[in-house]
Every structure is written in C-alpha cells, then in structure tokens.
Design a protein around this ligand. Structure first.
Ligand SMILES: [Fe+2]
Ligand SMILES: [Fe+2]
Length: 251
C-alpha cells in the first residue's frame, strides 16, 4: 500500500501575506499541509502539479521549498503556465531528473511507476509536451510493463468550462497515440481549479481542485470562489488505484 497526496495550483505570492484572486494563498497552503499532517498522516509522495507561483520570483519558490521541506525526498514538483521553469529548477533541482531540459520525474512506488510530465510553454496559458518529451515518454513506457500513473499540470481532456478548456494540452492527440495500449492507468492534473473525472487513451483522468481558490464548474465567465483549499489523496494498493478529494474544513 502506498499513498500520494497531490496539491495543485498554489498560486503563491512573493510576500508571505500576499493574495491571488483575493485568496490568502500562503495561509491556504499551510492549512492544507496541516490537514495532510494531522488527518492523512504518513505519505509516500507529495506531488505539486504546477501554478506553484502567481508571482514568479526566486523568493516565492524558495519559501515554498521551506514550507514542504519536512517531506524531504518525497516531494516532487511540476511547473504550470504561471511558473518559471528555471526558478523551479533553482529551488527544487535535487528533486528533478538530472540532465533534462524539462522538469519531468520518474518514481517507482510499490507495484506502480509514477511519472511527472512538464507541460509548460513559456508565456502561454495552454500546455504542450512537445516532440522531445513525447519521444522520451514513449521510450519510458516501452521500457517496462509496470502499471503507471502520470501527473501533468494541463489536463488532456475538456472539463466542460469553455474558458479553461481552450487551454488544455494542445498535443493531446500525439499523447493519446502513445498512451493507448501502454501501461498508463491514470492521469492526475491541475490547472482547472475544479474536480472532474474523464477518460483518455484508455486511462482515467482526474483533475483536482486548487489549494488557493476554485473555479466553479461550467461557469460561463471567468471567476473564482474562495471556497476552502483542497487536495487529492491517491491510494495505491498493488495495481489498484483509489482516489478522493479532501476539502479542508474552515479553521
Ligand atoms: Fe492555476
Ligand atoms: Fe494553470
């Protein structure tokens, strides 16, 4: 049995008391982590799936590193469209694959393999993996039949909210061709600040609400809600995957 916690869309400010979309983002992150500590307990991996920063400054990432450092080498990070890849690398370089131009990771976990994919395109809102990463993923999946779960910031499928769906992963067709008939069992994504579930290339796709603030499902206009911070728990029992969203009760 192994347990992963996914936190996504932290949208942190460079100042420790700053706000994004009126949300007190550092307090929300601390409340979410306190809930992980006290209610979830021991975990094998803490995965942060992008939009770590709203203000891309070295001090934002350095402070985030301090806040999650108690999970040590169990922490993995991916960039989102709001992030600066080199600043993420500077703060979390020892958690990343050496020698890679992008911020992917591979972690063996029990009977499964966990892969993180970097979907960031600098200065764009939408995601794209690009040919080098797609080739790398295809090679990685060919190497082993181990059941695999993937983490990415941008979902490969629509969630039903048009102003978010226009910025999903652009090269999803190329990704689907690789994932079909591969050992990929599930995707866990962020970016859309809401919970959803779908299917892609024979695998489940789950999106996870934000740690910072939420976007209402099916909203016609962009807008946020300061609903409680949330995160996702993923339990791996052999090859079986159970997952649920945890919404942190008001403090
Ligand atoms: Fe976000
Ligand atoms: Fe995003």
């Amino acid at each position: 049995m192994a347990r992963i916690v996914q936190l996504t869309d932290l949208h942190l400010t460079s100042a420790p008391d700053g706000r994004s979309w009126r949300a007190d983002v550092w307090t929300n992150l601390r409340r979410a982590l306190e809930h992980v500590r006290t209610e979830v307990g021991s975990i094998d991996l803490l995965v942060l799936t992008g939009d770590l920063a709203n203000q891309r400054r070295p001090e934002t990432y350095a402070r985030l590193r301090e806040v999650v450092d108690e999970w040590g080498d169990r922490v993995r990070v991916l960039p989102g469209n709001h992030d600066n890849r080199e600043m993420v690398r500077a703060a979390f370089g020892d958690r990343l694959m050496p020698g890679s131009a992008t911020l992917n990771f591979v972690v063996p976990l029990g009977e499964l393999r966990v892969i993180g994919l970097d979907t960031l395109r600098p200065w764009r809102v939408h995601g794209r993996l690009g040919a080098p990463q797609l080739a790398w993923l295809a090679g990685e999946l060919r190497r082993s039949e181990t059941p695999t779960i993937l983490f990415m910031h941008h979902p490969p499928i629509r969630v039903g909210t048009w102003w978010l769906d226009k910025d999903l992963l652009r090269d999803h067709d190329e990704l689907r061709a690789i994932v079909e008939s591969s050992p990929v069992r599930a995707f866990f994504c962020g970016h859309v600040h809401q919970e959803s579930r779908g299917r892609f290339g024979g695998a489940d796709v789950w999106t996870t609400p934000s740690t910072a603030y939420q976007f209402p499902p099916h909203a016609l206009l962009p807008g946020s809600r300061r609903t409680p911070p949330a995160f996702r728990v993923i339990d791996l029992d052999g090859p079986r995957i159970d997952t649920h969203v945890v919404r942190v009760p008001p403090g």
